[in-house]
Write a protein that binds this ligand. Sequence first.
Ligand code: GLU
Length: 377
Amino acid sequence: MKYELSSYKRIVVKIGSSLLVDQRDGLKTAWFESLSQDLANLATRGAEILVVSSGAIALGRKILNLQQGQLKLEESQAAAAIGQIALGRAWSDYLGRHEIKVGQILLTLEDTENRRRYLNARNTISTIIKWNTIPIINENDTVATSEIRYGDNDRLAARVATMMSADLLVLLSDIDGLYSAPPKDNPDAKFIHKVDAITPEIEAMAGSAGSELSRGGMVTKIEAGKIATNAGTAMVIASGMQAHPLATLNKTAHGTWFKPGTNVTTARKKWIAGQHEVCGAVIVDAGAISALARGKSLLPAGVTHIEGKFQRGDMVAIINGEQKVLGRGLITFDADDAIKLLGQHSSKIASILGFERKPEIIHRDDMVLEIAENNQG
Ligand code: GLU
């Protein structure tokens, strides 16, 4: 594992509310400026950045002059509505000074857990990145009620990181990393610089939720670590308490670094292999079978028939003309569109469907094969 930010290509940076917003003075403008400078530097060096920004509720409270103390759920949601618009604008202003454009994405739990919505969110975020624009992501607090919400942006950021196959997740926090015990009550607690695997022992070090100021505390950060590392994304918890937090992290590497477990493709493939429901099938020709065996994606040109009424993002079987199952994968098109594309060259997709789509009917990362791959492609 590398300990410099500059070695990572796609990076999700999560920023906690207390770093961005001061309850008395509102947005911490000087800090925000230094962070924006850091993000701009990383982007200039070719990194693809995604920001998960908390702070909507805190900023909304400040704008409304709401007293300290617990807000009712509907009050937090309303405060988020007011705060999010200001937060989005601040991001657009601050990064705009570095000629960086931003796009706002508000997600709910279902957008990352329901496969079809997941696929949609992933495509939208990919497009934003392709346009050299930084997605600014938060939970859609205004509609997310208790049963269907993350509630903390640590886990949301981890899901975003895995959804987008990020290389690194940075959790900027009001603490510099994990200690062998919550440091507030344990002066002898030792700083943990590196976590190879999240064992029960590591989990015990996090203490109980709320042992730290921020909403999630260390517990949700460790949970985020599990989500990220299981899917092949490295993670670091680092302090955002000083100016230029990312430049500092890049220079000092001071933080708790979590080693990624497997690679992303393997993790996604495991997920696909473990799914039971198959909603239809694509029947492929000999040319497609040999392309699949070389590790290529499945293109519409190699599909001769389809079966079933599947939707975009559904699991379908890949079968040959003799009904032998070759594998399975997540399909890019719904059945109505797939029918129109049978045997067609991918360059015709836009003219046939009337909109641009990816050229693959099933991307290689979204499929598992039962036939042997000889990995030449
Ligand atoms: N989504 C919340 C907000 O923007 C923050 C959740 C968290 O603190 O992790 O206010």
